[in-house]
Write a protein that binds this ligand. Structure first.
Ligand SMILES: *[C@@H]1O[C@H](CO)[C@@H](O)[C@H](O)[C@H]1NC(C)=O
Length: 448
């Protein structure tokens, strides 16, 4: 007999895997400007893609609250169903307005990930959270790699063209929607349907007194917002959470900009040079390299409290350099290599940042705090898109110079944070040896 939590984890992982099977995604720009749709690159990056960013931002809060209110499963099903609609429009739709509508749905699709990630916390016991998060992360990676490799092989062998890849994606979205019905419904949720048992044991010192001493607020919504506010306050008054979250949000904003618009640059390069695209392979490679580096960094017993700021600074500066290179090169291979380094570096550091943030939080508030950080990232991304693309109408290469500078400023900021902590004395007595956690402490941390 399989344990219940293991069964839930498996069901969730298969869903997560199916949802990542989107082999057409690395080629979506090429598809939109190709003879299938005949858009110009200008139309794609000025009129179509920005809608997705704005829509994700607009829908994130709504989806977060609705998810908590209706308890996950309906939102997960709807999310996958949005995937069906998106790829149906991509395949059969024509014209800019319809593609903009597709981007609105894509925003919902991205925002809907919240339901999938918070489902864990409502469906398995606390002591299994970490294990199940590990499983879903692995499912995501395997899905993305499979998808990238599949895309590359099918295209390189001429077995399929870029339109036909969309049929595979559509098939996977249909399968994911059907699979979502198998997920066990959750009985509790974190804010609107809080499990009674969570309240006394988990309401911590800060907010416990207040909420018990005062008359409890009337109504479910008021209570939900009360808990929500308490979690936000507890998290963002912690300096360590603030520092890592700041990098998390700023770097994620830049990461999504690079992710969304780099295909436009590759497209420009091949239009001049007539080279073949290897976007699928590149997608698979950066996913694998990012995951392996994250794993390696995560296993080393490094003292991140000290090493954090200089590591984040180096990561951002390396990203700045690679993005400048992408902005200026005419060599597709160099652009690919820089893209892989830039994204893999982000993936490795963001994993460390996430776990450093998570260490300081109660499990129930993971969803909220990461949702909040995501919201900040999206808000910044929307501002950046609005100013750089829709207002100043900077061409793609110019945009990448701006994104490179953005990371340079982020890196410089964390150099300052590092210097500040040195002046403050955090580095006093720090030797090469003391950057590693001693064995005993490591074991103590592991057994906690
Ligand atoms: C796109 O343009 C090509 C060549 O100009 C044409 O053959 C094709 O039918 C067009 N496709 C659409 C969807 O308009």
């Amino acid at each position: 007999m399989m344990d219940n939590w293991l069964k839930t984890s498996l069901l969730l992982c298969i869903f997560g895997f199916l949802k990542e099977i989107r082999p057409s995604e690395p080629y979506v720009t090429h598809f939109l400007v190709g003879h299938w749709k005949n858009f110009t690159t200008n139309e794609v990056y000025e009129q179509i893609y920005p809608v997705g960013t704005y829509s994700t931002l607009a829908l994130l809060v709504l989806v977060f609250l609705v998810t908590d209110y209706v308890r996950h499963k309906p939102v997960i099903i709807a999310d996958a169903a949005f995937g069906i609609a998106i790829y149906s429009i991509l395949i059969w739709g024509q014209g800019i307005p319809l593609m903009q509508f597709m981007e609105v749905l894509y925003g919902g699709f991205m925002a809907g990930e919240v339901a999938y990630y918070t489902y864990i916390y409502a469906s398995v016991d606390r002591d299994k959270y970490q294990m199940v998060s590990g499983h879903t992360r692995a499912a995501y990676l395997v899905g993305r790699c499979t998808s990238g490799v599949m895309a590359q092989v099918l295209v390189s062998t001429n077995a399929m063209d870029y339109l036909e890849l969309n049929y595979i994606t559509l098939g996977a979205m249909i399968a994911a929607t059907a699979w979502a019905f198998l997920l066990p419904p959750t009985k509790s949720s974190i804010y609107f349907h809080r499990d009674k048992s969570i309240v006394p044991s988990q309401v911590g010192e800060e907010r416990g007194e207040a909420s018990i001493a005062e008359e409890p607020p009337q109504g479910r919504a008021a209570r939900a917002f009360h808990f929500l506010w308490g979690d936000l306050k507890a998290a963002y008054t912690n300096m360590s959470v603030v520092k890592w979250s700041l990098w998390w949000a700023l770097a994620t904003c830049g990461y999504y900009q690079v992710l969304s618009y780099t295909q436009v640059i590759w497209e420009e390069i091949i239009q001049e040079s007539g080279q073949q695209l290897y976007n699928g392979a590149v997608e698979a490679l950066y996913t694998i390299i990012g995951a392996l580096s994250a794993l390696a960094l995560g296993t080393l017993p490094l003292r991140w409290a000290v090493l954090g700021p200089p590591a984040l600074a180096s990561c951002a500066l390396a990203q700045a350099a690679t993005i400048y290179a992408i902005a200026t090169t005419n060599d597709l291979w160099l652009a690919y290599a820089c893209y892989i380094i830039c994204l893999a570096a982000y993936q490795a550091m963001v994993t460390i940042a996430s776990s450093e943030i998570a260490k300081q939080l109660k499990e129930e508030s993971f969803g909220l705090i990461f949702g909040m950080n995501m919201f900040i990232a999206l808000a910044l991304q929307s501002i950046l898109t609005l100013v750089v693309i829709n207002w100043l109408k900077v061409p793609p290469r110019g945009q990448f110079v701006i994104y490179g500078s953005y990371f340079a400023v982020l890196g410089a900021g964390f150099v300052l944070v590092t210097l500040y902590s040195m002046i403050k004395g955090d580095w006093r007595g720090v030797t090469f040896k003391s950057l590693w956690l001693p064995k005993t402490q490591e074991r103590a941390a592991a057994s906690q």
